[in-house]
Ligand binder design. Structure first.
Ligand code: GLP
Length: 241
């Protein structure tokens, strides 16, 4: 595991950009795994700028997102579909048919999850998976207690996650109770992981992830077992190490 600590969020985002841009140049048809949340926004902004400067080409890139809320249509401003299109995809030359995000509106969720896993396999697997971390140590929506071998499936959001995400929805009641998420086993099959954490609110989860024992109660601890896990922290997120 490679851990790098930066003085602030800007420097962390610049480094994340370098890593993703290097992957894109190395393999123009690479398969990228994307995450949502506020943490990767600086990276996505830089990817848009890199594309606008003519440094990056997404024409052959294939993407898979980690997760999506159940019950939110893609047009809902808090859906992860909406988030990805607004913050990244609509600004770059990605082929929409190469974009994959779990669909929280399907009737048969189990079938959809199996289909999603199959799409990842057919694409040849994920080359580089971007990750954030929840304040409770979750990865994507793999909440504490998730099986470390899990695959894409529906998960009930924990009370802590509902509270942490209520700020986006205006009230606790408006936050969906379920999400479709790649499993921890799915995430671990990506060839490289790039995990970003910023801010004081992540410091305890970051310490548990990097210094604690591997445990399903802190799903992010599984990155300790990945061969190519690269963790970028700002000083606040690293403050309890
Ligand atoms: C959500 C997402 C996670 C993300 C987490 C942290 O719960 N499902 O993938 O890592 O939020 O979000 P933020 O970066 O806003 O702190």
């Amino acid at each position: 595991m490679l851990v790098e600590i930066f003085p602030n969020y800007e420097a962390l985002s610049n480094r994340a950009y370098e890593i993703v841009a290097t992957e894109l140049r190395r393999k123009p048809n690479c398969v990228l795994g994307f995450a949502t949340g506020s943490t990767p926004l600086g990276l996505y902004q830089r990817l848009v700028e890199g594309y606008q400067r003519g440094e990056l080409d997404f024409a052959k890139v294939v993407t898979f997102n980690l997760d999506e809320y159940v019950g939110l249509p893609p047009s809902h401003p808090q859906s992860y579909h909406y988030f990805m299109w607004e913050n990244l995809f609509k600004h770059i030359n990605i082929n929409p048919s190469n974009v994959h995000i779990p669909n929280g509106m399907v009737d048969d969720i189990e079938f959809h999850c199996e289909w999603y896993e199959e799409q990842i396999r057919r694409a040849g697997g994920i080359d580089l998976q971007i990750l954030g971390i929840g304040p409770n140590g979750h990865l994507a929506f793999n909440e504490p207690g998730s099986s470390l071998g899990s695959r894409t499936r529906i998960k009930t959001l924990s009370r802590a996650t509902i509270q942490a995400n209520a700020r986006f929805f205006g009230s606790l009641e408006a936050v969906p109770r379920y999400a479709i998420t790649m499993g921890i086993g799915t995430i671990m099959e990506a060839r490289k992981l790039l995990l970003l954490a910023s801010g004081k609110a992540k410091a305890r989860a970051v310490r548990a992830m990097l210094e604690g024992p591997i445990s399903a109660m802190v799903p992010a601890t599984i990155v300790q077992l990945h061969r190519f896990a690269h963790v970028l922290l700002d000083a606040e997120a690293a403050s309890e190490l």
